[in-house]
Write a protein that binds this ligand. Structure first.
Ligand code: SF4
Ligand code: SF4
Length: 138
């Protein structure tokens, strides 16, 4: 089974449309909600893990785009500047999913597992040298 984490941005004109429910019914997809920021009569931002076959996932993403939803893929969006990072570990303490973690207590190197990231942005806020980044749309 294929799954991918995506950030969906709904402009206010379509924020009340059941588009996520549509793709589940049309393309046999399921989803886990990772984050939701929904404001009445304003845009909504949903971070979801969408699960299904690869083909159905692509069809579902196309359907959302055709209906005006902006889509970003979390795994491709979170970035660490390896030149700047000095493995202080501040981001490890705030990361809710262990996407940032220390596995080797000897080196204390901070590992980044992009596939675990939910684009919460906490690491971006706490990093003292601004090594972590997410695009503006997050
Ligand atoms: S807070 Fe910044 S410098 Fe420290 S380990 Fe995390 S990314 Fe590296
Ligand atoms: S944005 Fe940073 S703190 Fe949040 S899940 Fe991703 S790596 Fe962890």
């Amino acid at each position: 089974m294929f799954s991918k984490k995506v950030v969906l941005r709904f402009p206010k004109e379509i924020a009340d449309k059941p588009l996520v429910s549509d793709i589940c019914k049309k393309y046999d997809l399921t989803f886990n909600i990772m984050r939701a920021n929904i404001f009445p009569r304003r845009e909504g931002i949903l971070t979801l893990e969408i699960i299904g076959s690869k083909e159905d996932f692509s069809k579902g993403i196309d359907y959302l785009k055709e209906n005006g939803v902006s889509i970003s893929f979390v795994e491709e969006s979170i970035q660490r500047d390896e030149e700047k990072c000095y493995h202080c570990g501040f981001c490890v303490a705030v990361c809710p999913t262990e996407a940032l973690t220390i596995e080797d207590r000897k080196t204390m190197r901070v590992e980044l597992y992009k596939d675990r990231c939910i684009a919460c942005g906490y690491c971006v806020k706490v990093c003292p040298v601004k090594a972590m980044s997410l695009p503006d749309e997050f």
